[in-house]
Design a protein around this ligand. Structure first.
Ligand code: URA
Length: 211
C-alpha cells in the first residue's frame, strides 16, 4: 500500500486524490481524509499530528478544541489564520472506539511514513517561507527524529535544500516547532497560561521570519 500522489494537479487536485488514499489502513475506520486547508499563496504552513474527532467528522484540519486554541494563539501573535495553510503529518484520524467516545491514538511511524508523500507534495506546491511544526510528531518527521519539543521549540532552523534548489538560487526557508495546542489543553490549569504564552512567543518569532 502506498499513497498514489498525482503530479501537476495543484492543491485542489491533491485534495481530491487524497480523499481516496488507501496508503495505510487508517482510512477504513475513519470518516474521511482530512487534507490541508488554506490558500495556495500561504507563506506560512502549520503541520499538526493527525485530525481529531471533530476534524474527522467535518473534513477540515484544526476545527475542534485544539483548532480554537490555535486560532487564539495565532491572533495573539498577529497572524491571520486565513493567510496560513494548516495541515497534518497524518491525514486520517486514528482512534480506539469506546462506548462513549472515539479515543485518540497516536499515529505509528508506519502511518507517518505512508502519509509523507502527501505532506511533501503540499509543501512542494506551497513553497512556504516557514513551516511550523505543532508538536513532536510533526517536528520529528520534518526536523529530526531526536527533536525534543520542550527543549528545542521556538528556534528557527534552515529548511534543507536540494543541490538543485541551491543552484537555482531558491530562497532559504525556515522550520520551527512549538508545543501542540492539544498539549496546552492537557497542561494542568496552574501552568496552562505559561505554556500558552510560550506558544504565542514562538509564533511571534515565526511571524518575524516572514520576509
Ligand atoms: N490535532 C492535530 O494535530 N490536528 C488536527 O487537525 C486537530 C487536532
Amino acid at each position: 500500500m502506498t499513497a498514489d500522489v498525482p503530479d501537476g494537479v495543484g492543491l485542489s487536485g491533491l485534495h481530491d486524490a487524497a480523499s481516496g488514499c488507501r496508503g495505510c489502513e487508517l482510512w477504513e475506520p475513519a470518516t474521511q481524509t482530512v487534507f490541508g486547508s488554506g490558500p495556495e499563496t500561504a507563506r506560512i504552513v502549520f503541520v499538526g499530528e493527525q485530525p481529531g474527532d471533530q476534524e474527522d467528522r467535518r473534513g477540515e484540519p484544526f476545527v475542534g478544541p485544539a483548532g480554537r486554541l490555535l486560532d487564539r494563539a495565532l491572533a495573539d501573535a498577529g497572524i491571520d489564520r486565513a493567510d496560513t495553510y494548516v495541515t497534518n503529518a497524518v491525514k486520517h484520524f486514528r482512534f480506539r472506539p469506546t462506548p462513549k467516545r472515539r479515543l485518540h491514538v497516536s499515529p505509528g511511524n508506519e502511518h507517518i511514513a505512508a502519509c509523507r508523500p502527501w505532506l511533501d507534495a503540499e509543501l512542494a506546491l506551497l513553497a512556504p517561507e516557514i513551516v511550523v511544526c505543532l508538536g513532536a510528531v510533526a517536528a520529528r518527521a520534518l526536523i529530526a527524529p531526536s527533536f525534543r519539543i520542550t527543549k528545542d521549540r521556538g528556534q528557527l532552523l534552515p529548511r534543507p535544500m536540494t543541490p538543485e534548489q541551491e543552484d537555482a538560487g531558491v530562497q532559504q526557508s525556515w522550520l520551527m516547532a512549538t508545543l501542540h495546542p492539544s498539549a496546552i489543553l492537557r497542561t494542568p490549569e496552574e501552568e496552562r497560561a505559561t505554556a500558552y504564552d510560550a506558544v504565542v512567543a514562538d509564533l511571534r518569532v515565526a511571524a518575524s521570519a516572514l520576509a
